[in-house]
Design a protein around this ligand. Structure first.
Ligand code: ADP
Length: 378
C-alpha cells in the first residue's frame, strides 16, 4: 500500500473510539525507571484520566503512546494492532498539548487542515472535514482568522479541532487546560466532555489536577513513581482510596497513626496513638488489614463532625478549635486533639454561621464507614 493511500484511509475509515491496550509498558532512562510496567485496557469511547504529581511518569507514558519515546519493553495496541514501533503520524492518534502549538502564520482553517495535508488528502476533500471539525468546537465562522486574533480559549478549541479532524482512533490530551484561567478551564471541561460524547472518542487525558480528573473521567488511573497506584471510577477513588497516597492526593484526608489489633471477634481494629479512650476503633476496610502492624487511618474533613462535649459518644475525641476558616458553603475548622491537629469541614447549609468559635471545646466524631486504614512501614 502506498503512503498516500494509507494516509487517506486513516481519515476515511477509522472512526474515533478505538480500544487501547497497554501491556507491561516500561521506560528506563539509565538507572531511572520513569514508567515501571504499566498495564491498562482503555475501552472504546472511554474517557480515562491519568492523574499524578509531577515526576510520576505521566509524560513519559504519553510520549510512548504518541511515539515520541520508544518503550524499553512492553506493548501498545490500538484496536488490536501493535503500534509501539510505528512512527507517530501512523498511529492514528490526535494530540492536544497545554500550549496549543498553533502555526501563527496560518489561518484557523489552515491550522485545522494541517494533519490532512500531512496525510496528503486532496484539497477538495479537506474542506468538508475542516468545516466539520470547526463546527464541532463551535468555531465555524472563524476559519479565516489568524491565531493571534483569538482568545486563549478559542485557540485551544482550534487545537482540539486540529486533533479531531482526521478522526483519530485515540485522542491524547496533556494538561490541555493548564494555560487557561480558572473560569475558562471549568467551561472547557464541559466543552471537551460534550465533544468526546458526540464523537464517541476514546480519550486519554493527562493531568495533575484532581478536580479535572474527577469531573471529566469515566475512570482515573492514579500514577505514583512510575506505576499505577489505583485504577477506578472517580467515586471509587474518592470513597475507597486504595492507599494513603491516593487518599492524600485525591481530595483531602486527615491521617491518624496507630496499630492494628486482632479482636476477639476475629476482626481487625485500630488503636490510635495518643487516643485518650484507648478504644479499638473500626475502619471500613478492616478486611484489608493485617493485625499487629503500623497503620494510618484516613478520614475526610467533611466526614468529621464536631459535637458538644457533654453527653458525647465514648468514641469521640476531645479537642479545642484553633482555627475557623469561612469558605462560603462550608467552614473549615482546625481542631487540636491528642491524636494531633485535624480538619473538619462543616456544611453551612442550614445555618448562617458556624456554631463553633476559636477556643471552644468540642467532641470530634466520625462514623466507621468514613475511616479507612492503610498499612505503613514498620
Ligand atoms: P510527569 O509527567 O508525571 O511529571 P515524567 O514522565 O516527566 O513525569 O518523569 C518521570 C520520571 O522520569 C522523573 O523522575 C523524570 O526525572 C524522569 N525522566 C523523564 N524524562 C527523562 C529523560 N529524558 N531522561 C532522564 N530522566 C527522565
Amino acid at each position: 500500500m502506498s503512503e498516500v493511500s494509507e494516509g487517506v484511509q486513516v481519515v476515511d475509515q477509522v472512526a474515533t473510539g478505538g480500544e487501547v491496550e497497554l501491556d507491561g509498558l516500561k521506560k528506563k532512562y539509565g538507572a531511572v525507571e520513569a514508567v515501571r510496567g504499566v498495564s491498562l485496557n482503555i475501552r472504546r469511547g472511554e474517557f480515562l484520566a491519568i492523574l499524578g504529581p509531577s515526576g510520576a511518569g505521566k509524560t513519559t507514558l504519553l510520549n510512548m503512546l504518541t511515539g515520541f519515546e520508544k518503550p524499553t519493553s512492553g506493548a501498545i495496541r490500538i484496536n488490536g494492532r501493535d503500534v509501539a514501533r510505528l512512527a507517530p503520524h501512523r498511529r492514528g492518534i490526535g494530540v492536544v498539548f497545554q500550549h496549543y502549538a498553533l502555526f501563527k502564520h496560518m489561518t484557523v482553517a489552515q491550522n485545522v487542515g494541517f494533519p490532512l495535508r500531512m496525510r496528503r488528502m486532496p484539497l477538495r476533500e479537506q474542506r468538508g472535514h475542516i468545516q466539520n471539525a470547526l463546527e464541532m468546537v463551535k468555531l465555524e465562522d472563524y476559519g479565516t482568522r489568524f491565531p493571534d486574533q483569538l482568545s486563549g480559549g478559542q485557540q485551544q478549541r482550534v487545537a482540539l479541532a486540529r486533533a479531531i479532524v482526521f478522526r483519530p482512533a485515540l485522542l491524547l490530551m496533556d494538561e490541555p487546560l493548564g494555560a487557561l484561567d480558572k473560569r475558562l478551564r471549568e467551561h472547557m471541561r464541559v466543552e471537551i466532555k460534550r465533544l468526546q460524547r458526540s464523537l464517541g472518542a476514546t480519550v486519554i487525558y493527562v493531568t495533575h489536577d484532581q478536580g479535572e480528573a474527577l469531573t471529566m473521567a469515566d475512570r482515573v488511573a492514579v500514577m505514583n513513581d512510575g506505576a499505577v497506584e489505583q485504577l477506578g471510577t472517580p467515586t471509587d477513588l474518592y470513597e475507597r482510596p486504595a492507599s494513603a497516597f491516593v487518599a492524600d492526593f485525591v481530595g483531602e484526608t486527615n491521617f491518624f497513626r496507630g496499630r492494628s489489633v486482632l479482636d476477639a471477634d476475629g476482626r481487625v481494629r485500630v488503636v490510635l496513638d495518643g487516643d485518650p479512650s484507648g478504644n479499638r476503633r473500626e475502619v471500613d476496610n478492616d478486611a484489608a488489614l493485617r493485625p499487629d502492624r503500623g497503620v494510618e487511618v484516613g478520614v475526610r474533613p467533611e466526614q468529621v463532625s464536631l459535637l458538644p462535649v457533654e453527653g458525647a459518644d465514648p468514641l469521640a475525641v476531645p479537642g479545642t478549635v484553633s482555627e475557623v476558616l469561612y469558605e462560603g458553603a462550608t467552614a473549615l475548622h482546625v481542631v487540636e486533639t491528642a491524636l494531633g491537629s485535624l480538619n473538619a469541614r462543616l456544611s453551612l447549609k442550614n445555618v448562617r454561621e458556624t456554631r463553633w468559635a476559636v477556643g471552644d471545646r468540642v467532641a470530634v466524631h466520625w462514623e466507621t464507614h468514613a475511616a479507612r486504614g492503610y498499612h505503613v512501614a514498620g
